[in-house]
Design a protein around this ligand. Sequence first.
Ligand code: FAD
Ligand code: NAD
Length: 467
Amino acid sequence: MEKQFDIVVIGAGPGGYVAAIRAAQLGYRTAIVEKYSTLGGTCTNVGCIPSKALLDSTEHFYEASEKFKTHGIELDNLRINFDQLMKRKNDVVKQNTSGLSFLMKKNKIEVIEGKASFLNNTSIKVSGNGGDWNVRSNYFIIATGSKPSGIPGVEIDKTRIITSTEALSLETLPKDMIIIGGGVIGVEMASIYARVGTKVTIVEYANDLLPTMDHDLGKELKKLFLKRGISVLLNHKVQSATNEGNSVHLKYLDENNEQKEMVSEYCLVAVGRKPYTEGLGLENTNIKLDERGRIKTNQLLQTNDSNIYAIGDVVAGPMLAHKAEEEGAFVAETINGQKPHIHYHLIPGVVYTWPEIASVGYTEEQLQKENKSYNTGKFPFIASGRARAAMEPEGFVKVLSDPKYGEILGVHVIGPRAADLITQAVIGMYYETTAEDMFRMSYAHPTYSEAMKEAYLIASGQGAINL
Ligand code: FAD
Ligand code: NAD
């Protein structure tokens, strides 16, 4: 059976579905191939969406148990219905995947279910329940995403030694959980389970949580985690984890290189993700991988076969849904002869702990490494009237700016609604504004965003009003 298209996208995650929609909008006969029966990829099915659904539910529970009384709201017999928690999460995922199916129909994109494998640079074989298809196309866009990485000595068996995928669908609330890796997945999953009573221990190799972000953020988060009863073991090296039936036995070297052991009901491995190209038949093309298994592309995201592009987690750059989405639109527009641009330096990173964490631009460590001088403006949320009214005094805004011209170099926020606050910093940096431009605008009072204004004021040298 044969099919022919202008553009075929392989993989229906945020990179793939945005590429397909943009291609269809531009008038191309477009198909999207997905090996699973639902669209949306990692992000929608086992990543961003289900994790945020559980983060929201569990934060509500935490608020109700820890803060409501102070607000004057008395609740009796507050408890978690774990089945309902997971059911709501599943419903949210379903709403999102169904929404994507609707968008494919609306944009007249043919969805082909099955696993794609290149036969050569102009055709793929798609093997699925509906049989095998030979699909020809002028252009292909590879958006096959990523899978969890592992570490030596730790075999992920998906029952006791699990990845984020299993952790998002546990059937009962665990008594305790070890999390290997204090990166983004580690701290988000720690938040979810600790809020509902699981005793969580994070074992992290580096000397800070979230070691790739500005270090002040990880330091502040550690303090907040300790207050919330999460154990954080930094500079610790895992040696092995073994499934003992009803528990996991972990062996590790502590910060003094002494061997220690720990037992827990589950061990979540969250040590990064790796590009996924298995079974894609790249050997039948000229496509090359780099030393980390990512598909090599040029600046137009074109592979060694000029009609095949690659985007999202399977290529270099941050493994983020919005980065994949930008690249999806970029490639469709590039094929169309347009000259789009992605400002990679200004892709924000957000961590959905509470308080949230969000960053854009240079970290202080990067500026120091590059010997660049900078001004720092740091404003704590405890000095914000809005934060005090909301009982959200934790965290700060940190602005790094150029001492000579005032240009904003980086903004790092840990605090209430940081995920949404960061957008104004992205806009400011996109237009190369100065810290002074940013504080001269009027900010509504009382809002969390006033903390941003105060940090810009301090970075510009004028000094804060409310500190
Ligand atoms: P994916 O979403 O991985 O999609 C790839 C798709 O390709 C999959 O559906 C796969 O089945 C399909 N596929 C692979 N090979 C083939 C083949 N040969 N044939 C057919 N189909 C194939 N990012 C954020 O920005 N914000 C968040 O809050 C966030 N939270 C996350 C939480 C978790 C727990 C995880 C694991 C990730 C999270 N991410 C988040 C990262 C985000 O999910 C990824 O960056 C994003 O999904 C990458 O999109 P993609 O389109 O490149 O690939
Ligand atoms: P990560 O790279 O964020 O963190 C991995 C952590 O594991 C690092 O801190 C690293 O030092 C640590 N580590 C590595 N080897 C170790 C070892 N042997 N022992 C102990 N610690 C070790 O990766 P992740 O948390 O697995 O997330 C994977 C990807 O998914 C990330 O690239 C992230 O961007 C994406 N993601 C994004 C979001 C979001 O945007 N909110 C949420 C979840 C996941």
